[in-house]
Design a protein around this ligand. Sequence first.
Ligand SMILES: Cc1ncc(COP(=O)(O)O)c(C=O)c1O
Length: 412
Amino acid sequence: MTTLPRQGTPWPELQQEMQGAAKDDVDWRNGRVPMFIHYAGDDVLDVAKQAYLMYFSENGLGLRAFRSLARFESEVVQMGLGLLHGGAAAKGAMTTGGTESIFLAVKAARDLAHARDPRPGRAQIVLARSAHPAFDKAAHFMGLDTVRTPLQADYRADPAAMAAAITPQTVMIVGSVPAYPHGVIDPIGELAALAQSRGLWMHVDACVGGYFAPFARQLGAVVPDWDFALPGVTSISADLHKYGYAAKGASTLFFRDAESFAGMGWSFDNWPRGQYFTHTLVGTRAGGAIAAAWAVMKYLGEEGYLRVTERVLATRQALQQGAAALGLPTLGDPQLSILAYGCPDHDVPAVSRAMTARGWVMGHVTEPPGIHHMLNLTHEPVVGRYLADLSDALQGARLDGGAGRSTLEARY
Ligand SMILES: Cc1ncc(COP(=O)(O)O)c(C=O)c1O
């Protein structure tokens, strides 16, 4: 058991110990991990780190004290809304991550529905089977129910199934750009029209695609309208710590207008310390995360994001084509940075074990069984090596007449 040491340890010793401790961590810099990391180059990382360190001690809770952080946050929100066709009335704020953005969108939708039409019973969110678990987590924490509907054959949300699941208790419907499991973009246009016709809140979860899809579209990817350009979209979550390439602890949550935005905040004054107001679930916020997001957005600019996006798209295409050449078909038609491929003639757990033995951390999908990647520039130079290892791994994993599939233990 570790207890607090009686005496302190000099930093050089601690640094050495920490370097040693990290020796068994995955070698993410060499593209060995298919998620968790969003790398856009050492220069971008350096800008994020320096900006973060400049604001290491400052607190995003204290925007009255740290006016510069208030300015950075406001400019980050404006830049994000500019990308996502937010109109003059659109508003937003930074949060610490996708889960927090989703929590706050759910809270705002619940509160607005309650204010407009208070009714007994638990409020409900209708979402596709592929939507992120953060919605269920938020619903569980805040006393709502979720109803997950089956996907279409191409793994996109099925608007008809979602329409059929709507009840008088429904306060929100959800679409994803893209959904994490297969990386495909839900039919947001149809879902937004459905939301509008039923007077419902429509949240677009663009935690992955918020800062990727606009650039991919400019580069020719098939990305139909999905943001505030569609009148039925009420709120959008977009993570800066994914394809915004900011330091971790940074996301944005945007709202179509002041009325929907009002539910994001929470204020309280029934204690002896005056008024307390936050837009976030958390109180104290890392000033560094706000500063780093601002600095990286300004550093990259539209041209920088386009350059990186183009390379990530090319990496996905190379991986997709290489896997297809090995008989591993892409699941659905992913247009962005996530790729999942199936293994119809192979046992996925056996492929996965063989790849793990070759030093790759593997990600999985379960419906149908397959392998999952969320790509960034660390993968660009290792696609060839990955495919060569995959080709070897497939040798021992063929399903023949007798051998059945083994159970896949897919973990996030
Ligand atoms: C589509 C989607 N939504 C939400 C989240 C949650 O984001 P976070 O892990 O930053 O809380 C993720 C994370 O991968 C995601 O892929």
